[in-house]
Design a protein around this ligand. Structure first.
Ligand SMILES: [Zn+2]
Length: 456
């Protein structure tokens, strides 16, 4: 096979060239790379030479394909020349056109569509200050690494909010959940974990008598104010724990005075779900729990109050311990994907969701979710908090030239089964969707709000 090409490029930027960065270039006749590792299915039985800018002729050592991950699945850019010694990776505009891609330049951006009908946007590439269009793709080798990551115990450690490997093993060995695959033994240090865990005083073990049925005793505590307002402008969170099942609920508040309203919501919901009545509340003497309204409501409903002593949080041990765990988990998850702190409510909400599906020392090989609902939780749908994701946009909401998916950040689970919460950093909005594709290895670059370069 004879191939001949030429290369009249003026890209030569002085900045460092990244191994998997490709330049979209109109000055070369063919796609070219000097890095064999980026290519798959390389054929070496090729003859041909490429004329370099200096006039020198360089032999083509092979031709292969570049595989890229898109929201629509894996795609291949074919017939990429391997030229040993070439320092840059180049995508030829002419060859892209010939192979049916459509490139639109304008507004400092190059948009690459998969066909001339511009139905599906593969990527948008921002022009850099040197007037180049660098784009990063995953190479085949990295895709292989990605596959092994998706099967490793580490991803389950992260999906379950940095659950320790002992807990993972317990979930699997005692068959406490549905959807957890067989995992290899694993040890090592996780950065997210190290960050989340802080040194604190250890609470003495709770000696108090345990409740013998659901809602017989609930622990309540209010935490905050937090330093960062959430998207919905909340600064407090309230945890409620059922003593018998260790099921946790979380509510977010703007003012402490909303605690009473949240408790009433909790009471009607759980009493309807379980057929039992809340009998006793244990809390500290925070003013929000001692309001006349709250006290009168409890009296009228026959709810007993247990108030712990001031300055002795260990008397309120169950909920204080859980507070600490929720905060640590939330911090680990935010740190793992380098996320801004205004998303703390999403992280805390996710932590509670996960804790209800994780082992707890207070129960014997059963999750709080199962103790409360009588059903084993399924966890096959869990994803790493903060992952990049793509929401499919229904056709009726989409303009002809717009992409079929919106890029966002996965920030938790919807209250309804199997729905996902996605934050769109561009519009600053939270979206709910069941139709989401995840890229769990990657994260939004929060420092660059208008991120447009494909980071997969
Ligand atoms: Zn971890």
């Amino acid at each position: 096979m004879e191939v001949t090409g030429n290369l009249f490029y003026a890209n030569c930027s002085t900045t460092e060239i990244k191994a998997n960065e490709w330049y979209i270039d109109s000055g070369c006749s063919n796609h070219m790379t000097g890095n064999l590792e980026l290519l798959a299915d390389v054929r070496t039985n090729v003859a041909g030479r490429v004329q370099m800018p200096t006039g020198a002729l360089v032999s083509v050592a092979g031709i292969g394909s570049l595989s890229i991950d898109t929201a629509k699945g894996r795609k291949y850019i074919r017939e990429v020349m391997y030229l040993p010694g070439l320092k840059e990776n180049l995508l030829s505009v002419g060859q892209m056109d010939e192979h049916g891609y459509c490139l639109v330049f304008g507004e400092g951006m190059c948009r690459v569509f998969d066909s001339p009908s511009m139905d599906y946007l593969i990527t948008k590439v921002e022009m850099k200050s040197n007037r180049c269009y660098p784009v990063s793709f995953l190479a085949e080798k990295q895709l292989l690494m990605k596959t092994s990551f998706l099967q490793s115990p580490w991803i389950w450690h992260k999906r379950l909010g940095h659950l320790n490997f002992g807990g993972l093993k317990q979930l699997r060995d005692k068959e406490m959940v549905h959807g957890l695959p067989q995992l290899e033994e694993q040890s090592g240090v996780c950065e997210g974990c190290q960050f989340g865990k802080q040194h604190r005083n250890v609470f003495p073990k709770d000696q108090a008598q345990r409740a013998s049925k659901v809602l017989e005793l609930v622990h309540v505590d209010l935490c905050g104010p937090m330093r960062n307002e959430s998207v919905a402008r909340n600064i407090y969170f309230m945890l409620i724990i059922d003593d018998f099942t260790r099921m946790i609920w979380v509510y977010f508040l703007r003012n402490k005075s909303e605690a009473f309203y949240c408790f009433k919501k909790f009471k009607s919901m759980t009493e309807l779900q379980t057929g039992h009545k809340v009998q006793c509340i244990r809390s500290d003497r925070g003013g929000e729990f001692l309001s006349t309204d709250f006290l009168e409501f409890c009296e009228a409903n026959g709810i007993q109050r247990q108030l712990t002593m001031a300055y002795t949080p260990q008397q309120n041990g169950v909920v204080e311990r859980k507070n600490r765990i929720v905060i640590e988990m939330a911090k680990s998850m935010l740190h793992e994907k380098v996320m801004p702190y205004f998303l703390w409510t999403e992280a805390a909400h996710t932590a509670v969701y996960l804790l209800n599906r994780c082992p707890t020392k207070a129960l014997n090989n059963i999750t709080p979710f199962e103790a409360y609902s009588g059903r084993k939780p399924g966890i096959a749908h869990l994803k790493v908090f903060g992952s990049l994701c793509y929401i499919h946009v229904p056709t009726e909401l989409r303009h002809k030239l717009e992409p079929k998916s919106t890029k966002g950040v996965f920030v938790g689970y919807a209250t309804c089964e199997k729905g996902y919460r996605v934050f769109d950093p561009v519009s600053n909005k939270l979206l709910l969707s069941r139709d989401v594709t995840f890229d769990e290895e990657n994260a939004w670059r929060w420092t660059d709000k208008n991120e447009s370069v494909m980071t997969t």
